[in-house]
Design a protein around this ligand. Structure first.
Ligand SMILES: Nc1ncnc2c1ncn2[C@@H]1O[C@H](COP(=O)(O)OP(=O)(O)OP(=O)(O)O)[C@@H](O)[C@H]1O
Ligand SMILES: [Mg+2]
Length: 483
């Protein structure tokens, strides 16, 4: 059974018993009040009848009294009986005399005082054709001024039909009020149950989505109660889980990357070694053949081509070994603008050859940075070379250097941008992978090497680019000591 159903059931049960109990109490009191009123009314009627008949009664004028009484009898006042001093029936309306049980008996005690009275409820059936109904019987003593003993008494029988009708109506009204109260209560309970269970339902749904691995869930609740708090801690938990998962994914990626680099490194190193020795002997042999005086022009040309090929292979092997070698950083304090200056100088020929507009914007008073100068130069060279290769003749390359604060860590941000051919979206991730190249003459090691070096320095390298619009490489290098 759901919480909502259980809540509703218990509230309905509670309301029913509460409304029931309250109605019962009210009904009892109402009935009591109505009856008391009826009694008072009866005593008043009796007093009235005594007043009306006092004179004939004092003179024992039975006919006088009875003719008065017969006139008075109606649907409400069923009978009136006068009793004498010894409680004997003296006069009564005509119809009642045949009901001996009522007529003969006076119910008053001997020692009654003025104001005392007797009352009883009894069933009465005036004839066989009529259903019996309830009457209220009231007997009041008659006292005469000056006399110490009572003169007699008057007993009246009042029909309770009207009173019962009134009670029935009162009960109906109470029942209606109870019904409305019950309905309002149940509707309120349904509304409340919905308010309470809706956020719980939301929580359950979110938990299920989390269990399926969707951590992006945030529960929007505007309640400030315990459930609101629960939702808040739930949101905090999912946020932390998401962060933890993201951290784990990054760590995993790094680990895989490192593994990959290490195995590529090992493989490259062994390939390079295998190639090196035979290559040297091929080179020596070619040189020996070249020394021969019998060679014609055609043979010399082809030997030169072979030598060029060997130079290319040697360059690749050198690059490969350079990439594969894991060396300790040789850290010293360097000025990054100066390293940049040296790199640009090395590339000045290529820059002028392609008529490239080179611009730099270096922030003043940049701190010295503890880096391996040779390696950072390699990074600048690799990226600048790529930029030179990417731009058309007369293209633009710009370098910006400025201090940067990343999560409280002081860094230097270097941006190297060009307006060259740009990088296709699908290649943005892969350009840092070893051996990825789109160039016929490239080895695909420049950026892989750059990333390796920057990460070794505790920094990071990113690229943003749009095809045909150019590329921007952003490097962050921490200023301080690394652990
Ligand atoms: N500035 C740039 N503009 C456009 N594409 C670039 C840029 N820099 C790098 N790339 C793309 O990234 C690829 C990888 O670059 P990377 O420097 O690693 O290798 P490469 O330049 O191809 O060869 P090499 O090992 O000789 O540097 C390039 O082949 C090129 O497609
Ligand atoms: Mg390159």
């Amino acid at each position: 059974m759901s919480i909502r159903t259980r809540f509703l059931l218990s509230v309905v049960l509670l309301i029913t018993s509460l409304v029931g109990m309250i109605l019962l109490v009210i009904e009892k009191r109402e009935v009591q009040t109505i009856f008391e009123e009826q009694k008072k009314k009866g005593v008043l009627i009796a007093a009235n009848i005594i007043q009306e008949n006092l004179e004939p009664f004092l003179f024992w004028d039975k006919e006088g009294v009875e003719s008065n009484l017969n006139k008075r009898i109606d649907q409400k006042l069923i009978y009136v009986i006068f009793y004498g001093r010894r409680k004997e029936p003296f006069a009564a309306n005509a119809d009642i005399k045949k009901y001996f049980s009522i007529f003969q008996r006076s119910n008053l005690a001997d020692d009654v005082q003025p104001g005392d009275f007797y009352f009883a409820r009894r069933d009465f059936q005036p004839s066989d054709e009529v259903e019996p109904f309830e009457i209220l019987e009231i007997e009041v003593p008659v006292f005469v001024e000056g006399a110490r003993e009572r003169w007699g008494s008057v007993k009246i029988g009042l029909s309770l039909k009207e009173m019962q009708e009134e009670i029935r109506k009162t009960r109906l009204v109470l029942l209606f009020i109870g019904g409305v109260g019950f309905l309002v209560g149940v509707l309120g309970a349904i509304f409340l149950a919905r308010r309470i269970t809706k956020p719980i339902k939301k929580l359950v749904e979110a938990t299920m989505r989390i269990s399926r691995g969707d951590f992006s869930q945030q529960i929007q609740l505007d309640s400030h109660d315990e459930i609101g708090e629960l939702a808040q801690s739930f949101n905090k938990m999912t946020k932390e889980l998401l962060e933890a998962r993201q951290k784990m994914e990054i760590a995993q990626k790094k680990l895989i990357q490192a593994e990959k680099l290490a195995s590529i490194g090992r493989m490259s190193a062994s390939i390079a070694h295998e190639i090196r020795n035979p290559l040297t002997s091929v080179k020596l042999n070619i040189q020996k053949v070249e020394e021969s005086p019998h060679l014609d022009e055609f043979e010399r040309e082809h030997l030169a081509l072979s030598e060029e090929g060997i130079r290319q292979i040697e360059k690749f092997v050198k690059e490969l070994l350079n990439f594969a070698r894991v060396t300790e950083l040789n850290l010293e304090k360097f000025s990054l603008p100066q390293i940049l200056e040296e790199s640009v100088k090395i590339l000045s020929d290529s820059l002028t050859k392609k008529k490239i507009h080179f611009q730099k914007k270096i922030a003043s008073s940049l701190p010295l940075v503890k880096v391996d100068g040779d390696k950072i130069r390699q990074v600048f060279l690799n990226i600048l070379r790529n930029a030179i290769e990417a731009v058309e003749e007369g293209g633009e390359i710009s370098v910006k250097m400025a201090p940067y604060l990343s999560q409280g860590v002081k860094m230097i941000k270097i941006e190297i941008c060009d307006n060259g051919c740009g990088i296709e979206d699908k290649n943005l991730e892969t350009i840092f992978e070893p051996f990825f190249t789109t160039k016929s003459f490239g080895f695909g090691l420049g950026l892989a090497n750059a990333r390796k070096i920057i990460e070794q320095h505790g920094g990071m390298i990113k690229v943003r680019s749009q095809k045909d619009k150019g590329a921007c490489f952003e490097i962050l290098i921490p200023v301080g000591e690394r652990k």
